[in-house]
Ligand binder design. Structure first.
Ligand SMILES: Cc1ncc(COP(=O)(O)O)c(C=O)c1O
Length: 476
């Protein structure tokens, strides 16, 4: 007897509209996003919506009564336009968050449509090859000796976590099975006080404990002090601790400073430490012939973090972990299971990284590199440095003092005497919506931190920033 014919229900039309309806909505969305982007560029940098009113509005969304997708898309764009700090505004001189490049945005759309599963090379042969190619080329650009391994990660924190896991795996053959008990004493790793402090969370989640992170003094100019590092390692060894990894930062979060990479490499070699360079933001300087010399020494690293979602301006959630120790990386993340369509060590991303299921992140940088080339990306990076120089010149001319000497696109400045203190001044500027800057501490002093992250910042934006800083600084 043949089985009864099966007629499944029609696909849920609100979730899977037909092609005509999709085309209508996609066309509307494309136009609406272009309009929104123009409004964001002209509008205030800071959120203007009343958050308590928004919470009340949101509470009414109890999902009992469906609404149309068209209405919801319009609502979402309207609220986002007034409900966040706008990285797409050229007067956002903020943290390292960029205005995303257009090729990266296109890549995101394509990845959303195909939704490839990048865990396995058998599931996604083309995406996996594209990502591996970008990793190799970026590694080559950094001067790493072939073969370069690595993968895309969700952010610098994940990539830095990967470095610690590699260091732990490399440091003792029993770590993989016994964990840190394999070591003869508590493990320690070293980075400067000016590092990105996510290292603390990384130490915590890796199970080595936050005390494993040793913050080395800086030299008064925001760079790791090699002598202080040597002394700290010696003291730790004498106390029975096990030094494991040295992290140099190439482009510190607060001041855009680059640690002495060659000196750090020498110490790491002499002390037999894993040498990681956290170039989450500053790594973008590799794109520029004019600036890449600032990262001299990065090629000696065992591993490197470079975020594409910072200065390389992809959409959010896109970083790279690069290493010359491919076999070690595979050892750190290997496992085996019968249900995966492929299990090729060193090839399948799920055997090579923290993540299992993963999004096609690398396409964003691949497309940007294809259309701009290293030269175009280099111009994007140099432009940011030139804009920072222009801001510096104008502020110095009106009595501000420069605190950091970075050749990259971060400027830390102290207001002229008689101005409001830094935190109050920044609060006023940000509240005005005219520009966004951050207060931070650099070498023990409160400074105004200005970073160029937008590829389209113009003279008028610089003038507005400088005017706002002087106006809100001077008024008491
Ligand atoms: C030097 C440095 N490392 C790591 C990170 C963390 O990167 P992510 O925010 O992508 O996790 C940052 C973030 O600003 C950073 O500046």
């Amino acid at each position: 007897m043949s089985p009864a014919a099966f007629a499944p229900a029609e696909p849920e039309p609100t979730l899977f509209p037909d092609h005509e309806e999709r085309r209508r909505i996609e066309d509307w969305l494309t136009n609406a996003l272009i309009e929104a982007s123009a409004r964001v560029q002209r509008g205030p940098v800071t959120p203007t919506l009343d958050l308590s009113a928004f919470r009340a509005e949101l509470a009414a969304y109890d999902f009992a009564a469906p609404r149309t997708l068209g209405d919801m898309l319009r609502w979402t764009i309207d609220r986002l336009q007034v409900g966040l700090v706008q990285m797409g505004n050229p007067r956002y001189f903020g943290l390292f968050n960029p205005a995303a490049t257009f090729p990266a945005q296109c890549a995101d759309r394509i990845a959303s449509l195909f939704n490839p599963q990048l865990a396995s090379s058998a599931s996604s042969p083309v995406p996996v090859e594209i990502e591996a190619h970008v990793i190799r080329e970026v590694g080559r650009r950094a001067g790493l000796t072939a073969p370069v391994s690595g993968h895309f990660a969700t952010g610098g924190s994940e990539a830095n976590y990967t470095a610690l896991i590699c260091a732990l795996t490399a440091g003792h053959p029993q770590f993989a099975t016994a964990g840190t008990q394999a070591y003869a004493g508590p493990v320690r790793f070293y980075t400067s006080r000016e590092c990105h402090i996510a290292w603390l969370k990384i130490a915590h989640q890796a199970g080595v404990g936050r005390a494993a992170l040793r913050l080395v003094d800086t030299d008064g100019r925001g760079q790791l002090d090699p002598l202080a590092l040597r002394n700290m390692i010696a003291a730790d060894r004498a106390a029975g601790h096990v030094p494991l990894m040295l992290v140099a930062t190439a482009g510190t979060t607060g001041g855009g400073m680059v640690d002495p990479l060659d000196a750090c490499a020498e110490i790491a070699r002499a002390e037999r430490l894993w040498y990681h360079v956290d170039a989450a933001w500053g790594g973008a300087a590799l794109a520029s012939e004019r600036l890449r010399g600032l990262l001299q020494g990065i090629e000696t690293a065992d591993s490197i973090t470079i975020d594409a979602h910072k200065w390389l301006a992809t959409t959010m959630g896109c970083a790279m972990f690069l290493t010359t120790h491919g076999a070690l990386l595979s050892e750190a993340f290997h496992c085996s299971t019968s249900f995966m369509p492929s299990s090729v060590s060193g090839v399948d991303p799920y055997l090579n990284s923290v993540q299992w299921s993963r999004r096609f992140l690398g396409l964003r940088l691949f497309l940007a590199l294809c259309v701009a080339g290293w030269e175009g990306l280099g111009r994007h990076v140099e432009r940011a440095v030139d804009v920072i120089e222009a801001i510096k010149t104008r502020l110095v001319a009106s009595g501000w003092t420069v605190a950091n000497e970075s050749g990259l696109a971060v400027l830390d400045v102290l207001p002229p005497p008689g101005y409001a203190d830094v935190r109050e001044l920044v609060k006023r500027v940000v509240a005005s919506g005219r520009a966004w800057v951050a207060p931070t501490s650099f070498e023990g002093r409160d400074v105004v931190r200005i970073c160029v992250t937008h590829g389209e910042t113009r003279e008028s934006d610089v003038a507005e920033l400088v005017a706002a800083l002087n106006q809100f600084g001077a008024s008491q």
